[in-house]
Design a protein around this ligand. Sequence first.
Ligand SMILES: [Zn+2]
Length: 293
Amino acid sequence: MILNPIPWPNGATCACAITFDMDADSLIHVARPQDSHQRLYPISMGRYGPTVAIPRILETYQRLGLKQSFFVPGWCLETYPDAVEAILKDGHEIGHHGWIHEDPIVTLGNQRAPFERALRAHEKICGKQPRGYRAPVYNITPEVIDLLIEYGFDYDSSLMADDIPYRMQTDAGELYEMPVHWGTDDWPPFAHYDEIGYMMPVRAPSAGLAGFWEEFEAQYEAGGFFMLIVHPFLTGRLARWRLVEKWLEGILDSHDVWFAPLEDICEHVKSVEETGGAQIRTEHLPYFDGPQK
Ligand SMILES: [Zn+2]
C-alpha cells in the first residue's frame, strides 16, 4: 500500500520508466586516470553501450512507440555523438550525469567545475539544457542539490526516500525526486568489474531480471511508480535485452501502464499537485548540518 498515491494520466494504474545510464567507458577513465587508455578490455566493455546496445534499444522503443530517459556524462556526449544524435532523433530525454562520471563525494567541494562543463556539453551536443540529473553512483551531495536548484533543474533521480516521486526542499528552493533503489538497478545482478572494485557473480539473464519484474508487480498493485536504472553495456547485451523486450511486449498487451520519460512524469506530478489532485511528500534537506556522533 502507498499512503499518498499519485493519479496517473488517462487512468493508468502505474507510471513506468526504463532509464538507461550511458556511462560507456567513462567508468575506467575516472577509476584509473593514469593508464586507462592502455586498458582495452574495460574500454571495449563500455563502448559496447553506445555502439551496439543503443541502436538495439532504440529499435525496440521505436517499434513499441516508447519514449524514455537516458542519463549521459558530458564526456560521453562528446565522445559518442552518433549515439546521442540517435537518442535525440527518436525523441528521448537526455539527463545530466556528471562530466566523466566523477563521484560527487570524491570531488566534494569542487563540483561546480565538472557540473558546468557537462552543462556546456549538453548545450553544444544536445542543443539544450537538461531538466533532470542523476548522480554518478547515486552519490549526490547537498552541494550538487544547490547547483541543480541554481540552474533551474526540475528533478533529481539519485535518492531513495520513497517508492514514488516526492519533493526535496532546501533553503534555496525545491526539486522533485524520481526515486531509485538497488533492487531495480542492473549493477548488482550483472556487473563484474574488478578495476572499479565491483565483483558480483553474474546472474543468468532470467534470474537477474526476475527481481525487477517482482518490483514491478508490487508497484503495479499499489498504483505506484516503477523505474529501472540500467546500463546499455549490461542490460543492452543480446540475451538480457531479448528478455526485457519480451517483458515490455507482454506488459503493454496485458497491463494498464504509462511509460514516459522522467521529465514528463515529473511534469505530471507537478501539475496534479498544483491542482490539488495529490499530496506529494516533502523531504527537507540537508538532513544534517554536520557529522552525527
Ligand atoms: Zn552512471
